[in-house]
Design a protein around this ligand. Structure first.
Ligand SMILES: [Zn+2]
Ligand SMILES: [Zn+2]
Ligand SMILES: [Zn+2]
Length: 275
């Protein structure tokens, strides 16, 4: 955002106002070793915001849409690039997402299937299939995937990521959460310090689009997380995956959001929790 060839009011205003109105494709780095989504802007974001990716050991995939997965970054781990890569990187995602990245990579290069041991050795990766609703340990994180409601796409995941006493819920590329997801969240009982939700459709959009959330849905979801006891007292909720439809200038949109219990994320936003 702005979308390069779009002359709609929101995109034109964003170009003019610049600053926080210029948004790269969504991802989040947690500590210095965990990255959720390795989309086409990840390298640029890492330079601009001074977040090195060289220590990333865990790369979670929400899904393999092109704004969330760019095969070039995996390819650049190959010896043909003369890269010195350390450490090994665990790529975690649903079985559908892992199959998709294998296909995407297969169409781009001849390094072999990511499921093959040889390829994994060469790229210094290994894979972890995330089964929805099952909590797994990766390093000292506890990871749980929840099925997203992302149009007809299968195997898109939202993630609960916990470490020590702290927990983050990262939920982009989803429409309204299914009742099954709510049930499991309540059952797990994790209280999140940070809730991140999709906000592709902004102010004035009808509730419950099939593939993403609109601001009215985000308001409802944040309220439900809160009243269900799924947020800590000091928790913050942030909207991400902001696009041009129903998008206001950042400060204005953030004021609107703040009046409704959440905030609008921006590129380079950095948050920390008390130990
Ligand atoms: Zn536009
Ligand atoms: Zn997306
Ligand atoms: Zn998507």
């Amino acid at each position: 955002m702005p979308i390069p060839f779009c002359v709609c009011q929101a995109c034109s205003d964003a170009r003019q106002a610049a600053g926080k109105n210029l948004r790269k494709r969504s991802s989040i780095a947690i500590n210095d070793d965990l990255l959720v989504d390795i989309g086409p802007d990840v390298a640029t974001a890492s330079f601009v915001h001074g977040v090195s990716l060289t220590d990333i050991r865990f790369c979670l995939l929400t899904h393999a849409h092109a704004d969330h997965f760019d095969p070039e970054f995996l390819m650049s781990r190959h010896e043909e690039y003369a890269t010195i890569v350390a450490p090994e990187m665990l790529i975690a995602g649903s079985s559908d997402a892992l199959r998709s990245i294998d296909e995407i990579l297969g169409n781009r290069c001849e390094y072999g299937s990511v499921f093959a041991q040889d390829t994994q050795r060469t790229l210094k990766i290994h894979l972890l299939t995330v089964e929805p609703f099952k909590t797994q340990a990766i390093g000292d994180y506890r990871l749980t995937g929840y099925p997203a409601s992302h149009g007809p796409e299968k195997g898109c995941l939202l993630y609960a990521i916990e470490q020590g006493q702290h927990a983050v819920f990262y939920g982009t590329d989803t429409s309204v959460l299914s009742e099954q997801v709510w049930e499991h969240l309540l059952l797990a009982g994790t209280q999140f310090d940070l809730l991140v939700l999709d906000h592709t459709y902004g102010v004035g959009f009808d509730a419950s689009p099939p593939d993403h959330l609109a601001s009215v849905d985000v308001i409802g979801h944040v309220a439900r997380f809160r009243r269900s006891g799924l947020l800590t007292d000091n928790a913050t909720a942030y909207a991400t995956h902001i696009s041009h439809e129903g998008c206001l200038e950042h400060d204005e949109l953030d004021q609107y959001a703040a009046a409704h219990g959440y905030r609008i994320a921006f590129d380079g936003l950095s948050l920390s929790f008390d130990a």
